[in-house]
Design a protein around this ligand. Sequence first.
Ligand code: SAH
Length: 343
Amino acid sequence: MTKTDIRSLNMAELTAEIEKRGLPKFRAAQIFAWLYEKGVRSFSEMTNLPKNLRETLEAEFEIKNCTIDTKLCSAVDDTVKYLFELNDGEYIESVVMKYKYGYTICISSQLGCKMGCSFCASAIGGFQRHLTPSEMLSEIYTAQSDLGIRISHIVLMGTGEPLDNYENVMRFLELVTDEKGLNISMRHISLSTCGVVPRIYDLAEKRLGLTLSVSLHAPNDKIRSQTMPVNQKWNIDELLDACRYYAKVTSRRISFEYAMIDGFNDTDTCAMELASRLRGMLCHINLIPVNTVREKAYRKSNEDRIRRFSKILEQNGLTVTVRRTLGSDINASCGQLRASKRR
Ligand code: SAH
């Protein structure tokens, strides 16, 4: 018999499971607190439950956990990168970054990725499976307890395409923002997509208050299709229509990610074309010097080029930031540690 993944259940489902077994409702609240607020790893830690209930739970349910396989601590900043092992022996990565306003965790949403962006280490080795809500939560509990900190911000920017794992990611968001759980504010959560257009519309209807990041990386279809296969399914016009709709419905500005690749998408012409496409939109542009991935030939644009690109966008009325590199000495960008494990 496969055991039920208990840390993916919400309060209503957990209560139903408890009542089905003829147990009092308050037990569900106790279990919920152990699972979601305290983030325990086993039923034996649920010390206010009678022993026979703990045994029943143990027999019928599973708590999905992450176990630390590798931990890299940056010597230049406080960035920590983890390679976690899951219950089934697979590996995922998470990164914890320290900012003035608190700790942010970058979590993975899938094992591998189907999207195949050519500059991204997560695409190496293809797609294995979706992560469950409990596995995404476990990335946070494990990092928090290892570091003895409270994580206040989440970015869904690790391995995987969150909108390709839509139902599990929505359940994860419901649980991670639950007042009786980690109680992380939606305002402190960013979800990054390569542009799964139908799901952007679905997400807009939910009016969640999170920040939607869109990996654009190119000013036109010709350049974008060379590096991002998803662009052949939904092109830039379709993507930007969805983004405009999202911004209109939610009144939240879209954050566009633009990885600067030397000589490829970083020319003045590219900047002008990008500016004309985004003009008038409720948005922000985040320029990222592309991370060199060992398997790939891309080189990052130099600082002068990035500054000039940024200036052109600003002269056209757009707001721009250049992403600070954290954890440069530990290869902190997504997918690289996992790829080296699988090599
Ligand atoms: N699948 C989602 C989220 C995962 S990637 C997405 O595509 O948005 C998180 C971000 O890192 C994306 O913007 C992605 O394009 C970017 N990224 C991937 N590889 C990179 C690299 N080598 N250098 C810089 N950014 C990279």
